[in-house]
Design a protein around this ligand. Structure first.
Ligand SMILES: NC(=O)c1ccc[n+]([C@@H]2O[C@H](COP(=O)([O-])OP(=O)(O)OC[C@H]3O[C@@H](n4cnc5c(N)ncnc54)[C@H](OP(=O)(O)O)[C@@H]3O)[C@@H](O)[C@H]2O)c1
Length: 378
């Protein structure tokens, strides 16, 4: 039996993950059927792998962790995360708990999702149960558009930390390049329903993001929804380079140009809406679904996998980090079952062919902002 990793993901695998991989192979070779794929530094789980006595209920013998990749600041991020946009406060605590039990160590959240308190409750429960330690987890949040004025950034970060019940974030992102008018709620609008913008410049916002790192509130900082020109402008002045650009990526919007641009600058791409967000509030019943797409299904059948597995594998083999959202425990568990097969270059080519510039998160309400990112090709 062998672990299936692409040359790209293998090259990016960290020393810790490689060491764990060696251990896994040794375990498999010795007849142990435990399949722990990758690993960050989960000492309790590693110890458990050699322990022949009673196994705590939360460490069943099939727990798998996603491998990690190294960010440009030397820190590591698991290549698969749990998304939490649209996850209702009443559902997300259980989703986070199910994800941690299933081996997820990376949770993607944001202040604007209005559920960080409940996300934090799930994290707290699993730390208290002893399933994970804080340092095993990679927790991301995002600065909302109405807090771009530099003097508001540290406060917004502290508010997120308080909501999550954490004393640091692994990653804090500027959610969008556009700045909204301050002090009028999350989506400030005039009486005609037109979005109100602020004159804050994201370069000044970034200085305050850097301050969050210096204060120890966050380990890494990055951006989201930035186009190549906005990244270039930021890179020209940043004292701390963004570790990631979190953007929409799925087979209908494969973002090959922006991904190459980021890769050349050692900025990891996090792939949001990997399934093209079928539960997006503006979806129409007649919209096509990637999860039922027959071209993807033909590939999935070859490997006895689902469309979701093929899509996630496609994104990982292209060097991005997908963050699928689910509040359904069986889907959460299923979505991490992607480290036991590998798509061929021919499969990737077929999937590349599905691209149709099919952006599903254009944020058109903010189109009037000078910083709306989708006015140029990439
Ligand atoms: N930075 C940004 O601006 C930005 C924008 C959008 C998204 N994001 C992040 O990216 C995450 C993911 O994107 P997304 O929430 O838009 O959508 P998504 O992950 O593409 O799709 C989520 C939908 O797929 C369903 N689903 C999940 N796994 C499935 C499976 N195995 N089989 C069938 N259906 C499945 C979920 O259903 P159930 O939940 O009902 O199981 C949900 O309806 C977000 O949650 C958020 O964390 C960031």
């Amino acid at each position: 039996m062998r672990l299936l990793l692409t040359p790209l993901s293998a090259a990016h695998l960290t020393v810790a993950a490689k060491a764990a991989t060696t251990e896994i192979l040794a375990l498999l070779g010795s007849g142990c059927h435990r399949r722990l794929i990758g690993d960050s530094d989960s000492a309790p789980i590693r110890r458990q792998s050699r322990f022949s006595g009673a196994v705590p209920h939360y460490l069943n013998m099939t727990t798998k962790l996603a491998p990690t990749v190294r960010l440009n600041n030397g820190k590591e991020i698991p290549v698969l995360g749990l998304g939490t946009w649209k996850s209702k406060p009443g559902e997300v605590t259980e989703a986070v708990k199910a994800a941690i039990d299933a081996g997820y160590r990376h949770i993607d959240g944001a202040h604007v999702y209005e559920n960080e308190k409940e996300v934090g409750e799930g994290i707290k429960a699993k730390i208290e149960e002893g399933v994970v330690k804080r340092e095993d987890l990679f927790i991301t949040s995002k600065l909302w558009n109405a807090y771009h004025k530099p003097e508001l950034v540290v406060g917004a970060c502290k508010r997120t930390l308080a909501d999550l019940g954490l004393d640091y974030l692994d990653l804090y992102l500027v959610h969008w390049p556009m700045a909204f008018k301050e002090g009028q709620g999350l989506f400030p609008m005039d009486k005609d329903g037109k979005m109100l913008f602020s004159d804050a410049d994201y370069l000044d916002t970034w200085k305050a993001m850097e301050e969050c790192v210096q204060m120890g509130l966050v380990k890494s900082i990055g951006v989201s929804n930035f186009n190549s020109e906005q990244l270039a402008r930021l890179l020209a002045v940043a004292k701390i380079k963004p570790v990631t650009n979190q953007i929409e990526v799925h087979p209908c919007l494969n973002q090959s140009k922006l991904i190459s641009y980021c890769k050349e600058r050692d900025i990891l791409v996090t792939a949001y809406s990997p399934f093209a967000s079928p539960d997006r509030p503006w979806a129409k019943p007649t919209d096509p679904s990637l999860l039922d797409d027959p071209v993807i299904k033909a590939i999935a059948d070859k490997y006895k996998k689902s469309n979701a597995h093929v899509i996630l594998r496609y994104l990982i083999q292209r060097g991005t980090v997908p963050i699928p959202k689910s509040v359904t425990p069986s889907r959460i568990r299923s979505n991490i079952e992607i480290f036991d097969f590998e798509l061929t270059p021919e499969d990737i080519k077929v999937l590349d062919g599905l691209d149709c510039n099919g952006r599903i998160c254009p944020f058109n309400e903010a189109k009037e902002s000078k910083d709306w990112p989708f006015n140029i090709e990439f």
